[in-house]
Structure formats: C-alpha cells, structure tokens
Design a protein around this ligand. Structure first.
Ligand code: PNS
Length: 163
C-alpha cells in the first residue's frame, strides 16, 4: 500500500494546502495529513482547531486521514509505514527551506522519499501567514482559505483564543 504523509503547521489550512491535498490523494492509497504539534511554537489556531478544519474539508475522501504528530517527522513516518512525504512548493523562495528539509529527512531516513507538488499558480502567493495577517486586521480572506471555513477562520482571527 502506498502511504504518504503531508505534514505541516496548517495555521490555518489555505486553498493552496487544499489544492495540494487533492493532488496528493490521487497518487497514493492512503494520505495522512499530519498537523505538527509543537508547544514551543506560537500558533494562531490550536492543534484541535487545525485538525478539525482539515477533517471537515476531507471528510468525504475515504483515503485521507487527518491527525497530529510531535517530534521528528521521520519517526512518525516510520511508525505509520509511510514511504513518502508530500510537500508543496509555490515559488523559488520556498525551495531553499524545502531542499534543506528534504535532504535532512533523507539523511535521517534514507528510504523515505520527499515528493514535491505545485499548487495551482493562482495560489502561489497564498500562505497561512498572509491569511493570519489579513484576517487578523479584519481583511477579506475569501479566496485564500476554503469557502466552508472562511467565516470561522475570519471570526477566530479577529478574536484570538484565550489560551
Ligand atoms: O507548514 P510548515 O510549518 O512549513 O511545516 C513544517 C514541518 C511541520 C513539515 C516541519 O517543521 C517538520 O517536519 N517538523 C517536525 C520536526 C522535524 O522532523 N524536523 C526535521 C526536519 S528538517
């Protein structure tokens, strides 16, 4: 069985992430969308919220599982018998970070292959950071996050969770 992990912060999930999920799930039997749980990192959305958003989007795609992980990605991939890591590259500016990460992961686990996919070009400037910034200042985030989540993400960005 071909299993891939699509890891990320998804803080929050964007239309670019969603586009990538739909491309990746066609290539494998099982796609694990894994939200990084990193207590040391300040995020706008809790892990539970980020997982819930992704679950809502992917609910009717039976080969997709949404979960969270902590620690090294290669350890989680080994535990889940995944052979591939999926990552998106939007522009050349993503390349250096992605290249470093892919080579580091290969050093840690030689059999784990990183596969890069490109989202639709109209999403090449969409990022979670832009969504947080625009939404946090009350700007319109439709066209940046999946339609079904626009209102909730916008509301939460205007009124951050008290954690
Ligand atoms: O959406 P992001 O923040 O670009 O995703 C980064 C992520 C979660 C893929 C990366 O930070 C990660 O895999 N973290 C887990 C820790 C790890 O394995 N680090 C070594 C990779 S160089």
């Amino acid at each position: 069985m071909r299993t891939a992990i699509y890891p990320g912060s998804f803080d929050p999930v964007t239309l670019g992430h969603w586009d990538l999920i739909l491309r990746a799930e066609k290539l494998v039997d099982h796609l694990i969308v894994a939200v990084l749980h990193n207590p040391a990192k300040n995020t706008a959305f809790t892990v539970a919220e980020r997982v819930e958003f992704l679950k809502e989007l992917t609910g009717n795609l039976p080969n997709i599982e949404v979960t969270s992980f902590h620690g090294l990605l290669v350890d989680y991939a080994r535990k889940r018998d995944a052979q591939f890591i999926v990552r998106g590259v939007r522009a050349f500016s993503d390349f250096e970070y992605e290249f470093q990460m892919a080579l580091m992961n290969r050093k840690l686990s030689a059999s784990l292959e990183t596969v890069f996919l490109m989202p639709k070009e109209e999403y090449s400037v969409v990022s979670s950071r832009i969504v947080r910034e625009v939404g946090g200042m009350g700007g319109d985030i439709s066209g940046l996050v999946p339609e079904a989540l626009v209102d909730r993400v916008a509301r939460r960005l205007k009124a951050p969770a008290q954690v």
